[in-house]
Design a binder for this molecule. Structure first.
Ligand SMILES: [Zn+2]
Ligand SMILES: [Zn+2]
Length: 283
């Protein structure tokens, strides 16, 4: 477990790997869907992923793009596709062009605008959709969904009581299954608490959300002024978040892991404690 390999987080069948410290670096991958949320300053573990979903263009989330793109090119990996808010495309393209000039090499990559509401194709069986976030510059969060075929409700009983009849219906060409979308992982990047207005974000099995400030050293007003979330706001919102687990990222480096454990212990109602996970971080 290191910065180079990323830190793993496991919840049932869902596994994330990444690293996140406020203002320094934030990048989290969801390997099952071959997708990476944000790229921090560029870290070796990221080169395995083909689709990158960028929440916003602040340096601690996006400055690694030239590194990552060049690494993938040198390792002769497939061309990465990078989705981002529309406002980020022009400037990040300029940065890439300058880096190509420096390296005297044309890198293979594709920048795409991730439009609100649109399906972003991932590997077969998976897709993503944006949700609104509220930061100091153009930003958006992403939810990854898994498409699955599920036996229609009217046939579930038959499957148990008379599987031969079900098989006969199938042979006759009756459509027995419906396609369902499983809402697996939402990732906020940097945002104020209002992102929770998005049902899609609240209802993910894993909600990966930022909580930058955790105690009175910074006020709620101060957190909001900088486009971030304060732990006090999370406490208020906890009962309405339907996620199975809430994974907290982007914690300020001023808090040690021991500080975080103590704050959670003292402040979070007992029945809600198992819901909260701090994304693994050093110290
Ligand atoms: Zn940040
Ligand atoms: Zn930011």
């Amino acid at each position: 477990m290191s910065l180079a390999t990323g830190f793993p987080l496991l919840h049932d069948d869902l596994r994330l790997v990444g690293y996140s410290i406020a203002g320094t670096s934030t990048s989290v991958a969801f390997p099952e869907a071959d997708v990476l949320f944000d790229v921090a300053q560029g870290l070796p573990f990221q080169t395995a992923f083909n689709t990158i979903l960028l929440t916003h263009a602040h340096m601690d989330h996006a400055s690694g793009l030239p590194y990552l793109i060049s690494q993938k090119s040198m390792q002769q990996k497939p061309k990465p596709v990078i989705y981002m808010p529309e406002a980020a495309v022009e400037r990040l393209t300029k940065i890439m062009k300058l880096w190509e000039e420096i390296d005297e090499f044309q890198y293979a990559y594709e920048f795409k605008v991730a439009k609100p509401g649109e399906e972003i194709p991932l590997k077969p069986g998976y897709f993503a959709r944006t949700f609104p976030t509220y930061h100091r510059i153009a930003s958006q969060g992403y939810t990854v969904f898994r498409k699955r075929k599920k036996l229609k409700d009217e046939f579930t009983k038959l499957a148990k009581t008379n599987p031969q009849e079900l098989a006969r219906l199938r042979r006759e060409g009756v459509v027995l299954e419906a396609e369902v979308e499983e809402n697996l992982v939402s990732f906020t990047g940097d945002t104020k608490i209002e992102f929770l207005d998005s049902e899609q974000a609240r209802k993910s099995r894993l909600l990966v959300m930022e909580v930058t400030y955790w105690d009175g050293k910074k006020s709620v007003e101060n957190a909001r002024e900088w486009g971030h979330i304060h732990f006090e706001e999370l406490l208020q919102a906890l009962p309405k978040i339907e996620a199975e687990r809430i994974v907290l990222i982007h914690v300020s480096a001023r808090y040690s892991n021991k500080d975080l454990r103590e704050i959670i212990d003292a402040r979070v109602p007992e029945h809600l404690k198992p819901k909260l996970l701090v994304f693994p971080r050093p110290g």
